[in-house]
Design a binder for this molecule. Structure first.
Ligand SMILES: [Zn+2]
Length: 335
């Protein structure tokens, strides 16, 4: 039995349709398949959710609350630190594992270098010749590596396409450019389908997204000025991570702040409502963003021909599958 775990960054489950995404629609409508929604961990950013996908743990356990983390008072990329708990690449090592990730930082975020094979090697994007608008490996660059992984004998293959997130950020989640990205990702699903067809009966296919996106209007919410010097503020779309001594009650007086939670590690995660974002700039840098409570919806799709798919599709049928569900279900399945 082989498990293929595919992430389509920022894929909004409401866009799954026979017209826009016919290949995925086909996967969702095979015998024993199910498509629905999942729920992101907070912040609804890419790296906390990928750390949860690959460990089955909440951010409180794996330590990645936003795309950046605070360690010893310093801001570091989550990819420099990695998750604090074991990943599927480690626990499934006797089954053979492979990761093909169109975001080179995910190699570190998911500790994918511990897989039997991973791409891009060591998360080094300078080895990739086709990068997208935001400097990540394009889906076109990812595709041949993912096809190759699927032709091999790894029992667990993790793949990632990032173009929907990139185009939704730059042009907005409802833009023609973003919709075209859905169409093109679905065409790549069709190419993957050709590769896996002969092994369909032996496969479990899991296709998820990590979050959706929201169209921003502004203005930005400037926590740097509101909280003053001495507080580390990491702006991440409609979420922000704070560290340092300050009175959290100050947050009640900041217009646009919708909620917050303080963590045992001393950091506080803050989020705002639809249309707003955290940052010093009056004008948004991106037209589409995520991070807050309102972008936690995920695609959750289970397909394939292996009987091992049934408990997973039953979980999807119940609705709102937590991002932490998958790794634990996969571990149980592979016992
Ligand atoms: Zn994003």
């Amino acid at each position: 039995m082989r498990i293929v775990f595919l992430v389509l960054d920022a894929f909004d489950p409401v866009r799954l349709s026979p017209r826009l995404t016919p290949n995925l629609w086909g996967w969702a409508n095979t015998d024993g398949a199910m498509a629905g929604t999942g729920q992101a961990v907070m912040a609804s950013c890419t790296y906390p959710n990928h750390a949860s996908f690959i460990t089955g743990q909440l951010p409180a356990a794996h330590g990645i609350h936003t795309n950046h983390v605070v360690r010893d008072g310093k801001v570091r990329g989550a990819w420099e630190v990695g998750p604090a708990v074991p990943t599927l690449f480690e626990t499934l090592s006797d089954r053979g594992t492979e990761a093909v990730l169109g975001d080179h930082h995910l190699i570190g975020v998911m500790r994918a270098a511990t897989a039997d094979r991973h791409w891009p090697a060591a998360g080094d994007v300078t080895q990739v010749d086709d990068l997208d608008l935001l400097g990540y490996p394009s889906d076109q660059a990812v595709l041949p590596h993912l096809v190759k992984a699927l032709s091999g004998d790894a029992g667990f293959v993790f793949g990632y396409f990032g173009s929907i997130d990139t185009y939704s950020h730059v042009y907005g989640p409802d833009s023609e450019e973003a919709i075209d990205a859905y169409r093109e990702v679905d065409q790549k699903i069709g190419v993957l389908q050709e590769e896996i067809a002969s092994r369909w009966e032996d496969s479990v296919m899991i296709v998820v997204s990590d979050h959706i996106q929201d169209t921003v209007a502004g203005p930005g919410i400037d926590l740097h000025t509101a909280l003053g010097e001495g507080v580390v503020v990491i702006d991440e779309g409609s979420a922000a991570l704070l560290s340092g001594g300050f009175d959290v009650d100050l947050l009640t007086s900041v217009a646009g702040v919708q909620g917050w939670v303080s963590h045992p590690d001393g950091t506080t995660l803050v989020w705002c409502g639809p249309g707003r974002y955290f940052g010093r700039s009056e004008e948004p840098v991106f037209l589409g963003i995520h991070g807050g409570n309102h972008t936690r919806s995920q695609l959750a799709l289970v397909s394939g021909g292996s009987p091992a798919r049934f408990p997973l599709s039953a979980a999807v049928r119940q609705g709102s599958v937590p991002a932490t569900y998958w790794a634990n279900a996969i571990r149980d399945m592979m016992k």
